[in-house]
Write a protein that binds this ligand. Structure first.
Ligand SMILES: Nc1nc2c(c(=O)[nH]1)N[C@H]1C(S)=C(S)[C@@H](COP(=O)(O)OP(=O)(O)OC[C@H]3O[C@@H](n4cnc5c(=O)[nH]c(N)nc54)[C@H](O)[C@@H]3O)O[C@H]1N2
Ligand SMILES: Nc1nc2c(c(=O)[nH]1)N[C@H]1C(S)=C(S)[C@@H](COP(=O)(O)OP(=O)(O)OC[C@H]3O[C@@H](n4cnc5c(=O)[nH]c(N)nc54)[C@H](O)[C@@H]3O)O[C@H]1N2
Ligand code: SF4
Ligand SMILES: [Mo]
Length: 684
């Protein structure tokens, strides 16, 4: 091992573990055994020493006095946050004896693991935990809360999560930030775009909110929520009509161009303008810009288009644009929705689905977006929930339903956490988690092409343990004897990197990463070459979609009905938190000040709301109280909040109390941005 953790003083290489595309290389400065400073590693080729404000202030989180130090047992009502400390042995015994009787009485499906990427380390997210619950044959979770809809939609067009190498995008002459608040959520894409801008590139931002990214761009195009597929089709209409398409490229590398040419004829700029709220002249202008650019055009696709009822199809539609103008052969041209496919690790080796007992039938699958509904299931109730790397009471849709479920007396809940989150407050047993600076793990970005290693830089905090350590203890106490449940973290890193299905990782080993800290995967350009679509080409027309009951070509479908409320509600994430992470740290909360609701001045005036007023926001699912930010940053009829805050002592601030638990058109994805709300001044 590195031995960094034992050294009292020095500067040690590390990697940011947060669920952020940038996956920065870090340098951790230690004095007298504690971290005194975290900065960017200037030798990292993509992140180049720059890091965000969140992580520059990370020491405030690592050493926050509110961090959990020992296992706890609940003493008060669920949700009250009253606990008493217990020892690890007792905690593990309590959990496993409960599980043993549940398995005997109701079967392993009565137990549900719930996790996400609070820590992006592959071994701690996709390794031992998955192995353990596979061995148990517990209910399976469908990991759909983030980018599932768009991943499926983009995949129909492009064959998987494969996009442009972001390092190449410095050569682009047109950069479109499409429903991505990159200044806050992908700052190095912004840094690269800044360099491209110095070389003459224009930056266009398509969003529902004049946010930091919109203000930074050259041209902001406000669009009505959930209408981007229509906008993409309108652009295609103009590209075909004005012969701005690259026929030779389409002929060689796509299927369905003639069908698409015919199909988009009805999406005239006037028709699309009526749907999207974008003036027809702007649709024509953008299409001419995109089709006429002298050089490469690059589109960064964010969560905006995909966290909607129609998110899969919308992403699929946007993903067709680069093919129409032959961008995939230009250095820096194309698109990034997610680049996870390029760096795919050996998932099977990590999760070991083969550990499932053969004699048992495959367990049910539960969509994490429907946790609230699942916890209310009567017939085969979930009796135990094990939560790690996630905070569903705040981040999951229809959060009040989730919290009602968590409050069930007959649900045995274990939460492994660094902080007393809203979710942890409902636990029967809370286990303290290490921070990733205390762990060994491997990281592969879903945006850039580097793989990195994390070696412990500080000793464990209090009695905390990493996810993998806890699962090894649980496995032992359950009496599971499989060798795979005893593998070390380094063993799992080796197994994960050895992926015969991904030639890009050839030569990538734990040893190499220990020596170099990071290494670039050997990713070749997508074209020329065969894509992983059924035809091997970019699919403008998709037979696979047709077979699955979707329209085979990109199509605009309006959002679902969502009750008689006047505003479309877009609850996005914020600058100083990472989803709900940091919401519990006073320093980060203070940087963000207060949870706001952005609304149009005309709407505010009609309701007698002034800037800075406390407002109540509600619908049939729940309510919360935010501070009005009145102006011209959103279109009339739209309200936007930023940040996944916890409830305060005196006000409700969990925006997901309002969000729909419908699933998107594809991938059973989340529809956080397709809900409707009413707004009024809060009475004081
Ligand atoms: N600072 C910070 N960074 C983060 C995160 C964080 O919480 N904070 N979260 C991380 C995670 S897990 C992820 S997945 C990524 C997400 O990063 P982004 O993709 O940037 O996600 P959001 O900030 O939700 O941005 C979605 C944007 O889409 C806009 N939008 C909403 N609806 C629509 C629409 O219908 N059309 C269009 N065109 N725009 C729309 C919103 O106004 C918002 O600006 O960021 C990661 N990085
Ligand atoms: N309204 C609305 N809701 C959203 C979104 C949105 O844009 N709007 N975004 C959605 C998206 S894109 C995502 S990805 C999800 C994110 O959902 P989550 O992944 O649940 O997000 P976080 O709030 O970051 O919670 C992660 C938790 O894991 C804990 N943690 C960190 N490291 C470790 C570890 O090593 N071990 C253990 N046991 N715990 C650890 C952290 O302390 C934190 O409390 O939220 C979704 N929810
Ligand atoms: S949160 Fe993102 S930008 Fe900030 S340090 Fe981590 S990887 Fe870099
Ligand atoms: Mo996400």
């Amino acid at each position: 091992m590195s031995g960094y953790a034992e050294q009292k003083n020095g500067v040690f290489p590390s990697v940011c573990s947060l669920d952020c595309p940038d996956q920065c290389g870090l340098l951790v400065h230690k004095q007298d055994g504690v971290i005194v400073k975290i900065e960017g590693d200037p030798s990292h080729p993509v992140t180049q020493g720059a890091i965000c404000n969140k992580v520059r202030n990370m020491t405030a989180r690592i050493y926050d006095e509110k961090r959990l130090k020992q296992p706890l047992r609940r003493t008060g009502p669920k949700g009250s946050g009253q606990f008493e400390p217990i020892g690890w042995e007792e905690a593990i015994r309590t959990i496993t004896s409960r599980w043993k009787s549940l398995i005997a009485e109701e079967g392993p499906e009565s137990i549900l693991p719930y996790s996400f990427y609070g820590n992006m380390g592959r071994v701690n997210t996709e390794g031992m935990g998955r192995r353990f619950f596979n061995r148990m044959n517990a209910s399976e979770l469908i990991y759909s809360i983030c980018e599932a809809a768009g991943t499926v939609g983009y995949g129909f067009t492009m064959g998987g999560s494969y996009g442009t190498d972001p390092e190449d995008t410095v050569h682009a002459k047109l950069i479109v930030m499409w429903g991505v608040n990159a200044v806050s959520t992908n700052m190095h894409q912004v840094a690269i775009a800044e360099k491209a801008r110095k070389n003459g590139a224009t930056i266009v931002v398509i969003d529902v909110h004049r946010n930091r990214t919109a203000k930074w761009g050259d041209w902001f195009i406000p669009v009505l929520p959930g209408t981007d597929a229509a906008l993409a089709l309108g652009l295609m209409h103009v590209l075909f009509a004005e012969e701005l398409v690259d026929e030779a490229f389409m002929e060689q590398y796509t299927v369905g161009r003639e069908e698409l040419r015919e199909h988009v004829k009805s999406y005239t700029p006037e028709h699309v303008s009526a749907i999207t709220g974008v003036p027809a002249a702007d649709i024509v202008k953008l299409a001419r810009m995109y089709g006429g650019v002298d050089g490469a055009a690059f589109i960064r696709i964010g969560n905006g288009p995909q966290h909607h009822d129609n998110g899969g199809m919308t992403t699929r539609a946007i993903a067709c644009l680069p093919a129409l103008t032959g961008q995939w052969l230009k250095k820096g041209g194309g698109a990034i929705k997610g680049n996870g496919g390029h760096l795919a690790l050996n998932q099977r080796a990590l999760a070991r689905p083969d550990l499932k007992p053969r004699e048992l039938k495959r367990p049910r699958k539960i969509n994490m977006n429907l946790l609230g509904i699942a916890l209310h299931e009567q017939e085969k109730p979930i009796r135990s929930l094990y939560v790690y790397n996630a905070n569903p009471a705040v981040v999951a849709p229809n959060a009040d339903k989730v919290r009602e479920g968590l409050a069930r007396e007959d649900l045995f809940t274990v939460v492994h956490e660094l902080f007393m989150t809203e979710t942890a407050k409902y636990a029967d047993i809370v286990l303290p988690a290490t921070s990733t600076f205390e762990n060994t793990d491997v990281y592969s970005s879903y945006w850039h092409h580097y793989v990195q290693i994390q070696q412990p830089v500080i000793p464990r905090y209090g009695e905390s343990k990493s996810n993998t350590e806890v699962f090894r203890l649980l496995a032992e106490a359950m009496g599971y004897e499989d060798e795979a449940l005893r593998d070390s973290d380094m063993d799992m890193i080796d197994q994960a990197l050895n992926n015969p299905n991904n030639p890009n990782l050839q030569g990538m080993t734990a040893g190499l990463l220990q020596e170099k800290q990071f290494a670039k995967a050997n990713v070749r350009p997508l074209l020329p070459g065969r894509l992983r679509t059924p035809s091997g080409r970019i699919e403008l027309y998709s037979v696979a979609m047709e077979r699955q009951g979707f329209p085979p070509m990109p199509t605009y479908t309006p959002l679902a009905e969502d009750g008689p409320y006047p505003f479309l509600f877009i609850p996005t994430v914020n600058h100083n938190f990472l989803n709900s992470t940091f919401a519990h740290n006073d320093k980060h909360a203070a940087m963000e000040k207060t949870p706001k609701l952005h609304m149009n001045a005309a709407d505010a005036e009609g309701l007698g709301i002034r800037d800075g007023d406390a407002v109540k926001v509600w619908n049939g699912r729940g309510e919360c109280e935010l501070t009005a930010a009145v102006g011209e940053d959103v279109l009339p009829g739209v309200v936007v909040s930023q940040g996944l805050w916890a409830d305060g002592a005196d006000r409700k601030a969990v925006v997901n109390a309002l969000t729909p638990d419908r699933v998107a058109d594809m991938g059973q994805g989340a529809t956080f941005f397709s809900g409707r709300v009413a707004v009024a001044r809060a009475t004081v």
